[in-house]
Design a protein around this ligand. Structure first.
Ligand SMILES: [Zn+2]
Ligand SMILES: [Zn+2]
Length: 156
């Protein structure tokens, strides 16, 4: 399957990430430990190792590639009450979703002059995973293996 517009090519490691345990930078060698993935959306996983002398911590960064292309999910997260720059935050999760969906997300706008509250639904895939769909942290899903979302079911 073609990967659309986005090129599945190597990107530089993130520059501002620090060890979550001790705050030291990652080793230069570990910055090269990058893996391209098309699980759920196109992205590059980087496994970083701490350069701290007393610390052997590993942490992971997942860098999205391409533009998130599931507008129905992204639109759900946008606050229409204030039209602010920030998407609404997931505030609570409930097993029984709204409008027949598997999962309900209670969303709240982080704008202190708004704080709009809203509920949206998400469907679990066959593995029991649902993608929330923040476009800021999610890459292109076209050409990726479904994970947290399902192909339109023409055959069901
Ligand atoms: Zn560390
Ligand atoms: Zn708002």
């Amino acid at each position: 399957m073609a990967a659309g517009e986005a090129e599945l090519e190597e990107r530089p490691a993130p520059s501002e990430t620090r060890c979550p345990e001790c705050g030291a930078s990652p080793t230069e060698e570990s910055k090269r430990d990058r893996h391209l993935s098309d699980l759920g959306y196109l992205h590059q996983d980087v496994r970083l190792r701490c350069s701290g002398e007393e610390c052997d911590n590993l942490w992971v960064a997942g860098m999205p590639i391409g533009e998130f292309d599931r507008d129905d999910l992204a639109d759900d997260l946008r606050c229409d009450a204030c039209d602010g720059d920030l998407p609404m935050f997931v505030h609570r999760i409930r097993r029984r979703g709204v409008d027949g969906h598997d999962i309900g997300l209670d969303l709240k706008c982080p704008n202190p002059e708004c704080y709009h509250f809203e509920q949206v639904g998400r469907d679990l895939d066959k593995e029991g995973v649902a993608l929330v769909g923040y476009p800021q942290i999610t890459g292109q899903t076209e050409g990726a293996d479904p994970y947290g979302w399902q192909e339109a079911d023409d055959d069901e």
